[in-house]
Design a binder for this molecule. Sequence first.
Ligand SMILES: Cc1ncc(COP(=O)(O)O)c(C=O)c1O
Length: 385
Amino acid sequence: MAGHSPHSPPQAPIVASYIESLSPYLPGKPIEEVAREYGVPDCVKLASNENPLGASPLALAAIRDSLSRVHLYPDGSCFVLKQKLAERHRVSPQEVVVGAGTNEILTLLVRTFLAEGEEALLSENTFLVYRLAVQSCGRTAVAVPMRDHRYDLEAMAAAIGPRTKLIIIANPDNPNGSYVTKGELERFLTRVPQRVVVVLDEAYFEFAHGVAADYPDGCELRRGRPRLVVLRTFSKIHGLAGLRVGYGIAEPEVANYLDRVRDPFNVSSLAQVAAVAALDDQAHVEATKAVTAQGRDVLTRELPRFGFQVVPSVTNFVLALTGRPGDELFQGLLHHGVIVRPMRAYGMPEAVRISVGTPAENERLLRALEVVIGETPLRAAAGKS
Ligand SMILES: Cc1ncc(COP(=O)(O)O)c(C=O)c1O
């Protein structure tokens, strides 16, 4: 074919087939984009489960204090943050792993523990990043269907095979907002062979803890179960999503392997100082929990007015089963400057996920829905996803 060098055949793939088949992760639509495209200057983003109160004020002050040192590389070992997290969780610093968001730690876990021929066991309709992390490393993900928008741990235990090496469980789950109970998880763990690394992704732990009595604390479940890794993040309750910082608690051997694989300066200096300060900002944590609980109650109570079925949530978002194409509802709401998350990519084309906002933001969503739903009468019976 004209234009091709005789030395490189035109069809020669430049990437492996597992890269070729990847679809990029589609994040929540940014506010600036909606403002530009739809001419709505004051958009409300309820699409990425961010903190509606903003960042921890103590973290912001710490960042300001550190700005003059950004020409220096960060502490590659995250010494101070690890010490603080170790104290908080009553573990040794050798059991703490810090990453550029829990996202990075998820990818590190896959790169470190899934060798060729080994498989990751996941749930369907859960956080898409898990599958992406596995596939981008050329590994295989086996996904087990959910049951009533909850992880089906019985079915997952039955699906464990000789190739299973890594199991990832979001508790609570995103995007469903549901959780698995302490009893369910304990029973499940007794059925997992010791060679398997189990990851409990607790990105929304702080919202669920103490709200649902049978919601387990993964850090407590680690006792007697060496290969259980617990992930938490500063992106949600602490409001530091833009800085990218999360952590894992794991046995020293597991943490040490992850440490060998990570990049030398994976967590920025501003992220480190902000995270340390945020851990002391109990007032911000409590205010965030309060605004979230109140807003979640409002959305759970009000959304059924529009014919939606709301999956019970212990998180800072709700999954609404709308009985209509979620993409269309998403588009309709954009015209009113309200950004929600359509769930087609999660295998739920008639669902949207809505993050809990401030009282004013929640109200704005409900007002916009009144107009949009009025414009587009229900096409099908509500209650399906
Ligand atoms: C279940 C779950 N895990 C992990 C993350 C990623 O968090 P981070 O910002 O720490 O990478 C998210 C973010 O939405 C999430 O929903």
